[in-house]
Ligand binder design. Structure first.
Ligand code: PLP
Length: 235
């Protein structure tokens, strides 16, 4: 039986809910406009079962190899988000399984996704990952390249870009991440003004365990929560 695991999860979720609600309140946003993606990369598949059981329906994984067996078990439940760096040779495993890909960050990946979408006769829903902070260690398209990227992908009929994603730098004080999140929100407005048919930005995927409240205050519609939700010793 996993009753106690589920109880612990419910308890953690309740505390997170309180914090999300407070952040929404502070920024005059509706609670239902912010969705939690449970990042399950640290844990076994059975925890995904627990999460689904307690009502968390968005599941995020960042490595294809680790995600596939979990998807085999629970892929018919919930909505699956691929949030990690994606190699083009893994695209075939991801498209058709994951509903959203948060890590579109380069032209070669757009081409591979578009090609796979065409093969499967579907349109792949993507988030454009931007490297706002400019850290060399981070993946993501440079903001300087966004316009060129959108022009170069505008004829790709099997991808659509419906969101932006970023990872903020690791800092002691989450307040320092605010400018990164604010800039991502500004990119949403800018891109939407350009009016590309394949890129209408509705979602902002930003904020993790250490900085989700600031991200919500700056407009996050998806927060990606790993350790705070599923890692008992760190919650
Ligand atoms: C691991 C990971 C997260 C979750 O990180 P936590 O700090 O544990 O909440 C979010 N987004 C991405 C892309 C990740 O790889």
């Amino acid at each position: 039986m996993r009753t106690s695991e589920r109880e612990q999860l419910r308890e953690r979720l309740k505390r997170i809910e309180e914090r999300i609600t407070a952040a929404c309140h502070r920024s005059n946003r509706k609670r239902e406009d912010v969705k939690i993606i449970a990042v399950t990369k640290y844990v076994d598949a059975e925890v995904i079962g627990d999460l689904l059981d307690v009502g968390v329906s968005h599941i995020g994984e960042n490595r294809v190899q680790d995600a596939l067996p979990k998807y085999e078990q629970y892929g018919d439940q919930g909505t699956w988000h691929f949030i990690g760096h994606l190699q083009t040779n893994k695209v075939k495993d991801v498209v058709g399984r994951f509903t959203y890909i948060h890590s579109l960050d380069r032209l070669s990946l757009a081409e591979a996704l578009n090609k796979r979408g065409k093969q499967l006769d579907c349109v792949v829903s993507c988030f454009l990952q931007l490297n706002i902070s400019g850290e060399k260690t981070k993946f993501g398209l440079s903001p300087n390249d966004v316009l060129a990227f959108l022009r170069e992908t505008s004829n790709m009929k099997h991808i659509r870009i419906l969101g932006l994603m970023t990872m903020a730098p690791h800092v002691e004080n989450p307040e320092e991440t605010r400018t990164v999140f604010r800039q991502l929100a500004e990119w949403k407005e800018r891109i939407n003004q350009w009016d590309f048919a394949h890129a209408t930005i509705e979602e902002l995927s930003m904020g993790m365990s250490g900085d989700f409240e600031v991200a919500i205050e700056e407009g996050a519609t998806y927060v990606r929560l790993g350790s705070i939700l599923v890692k008992p010793d760190e919650s």
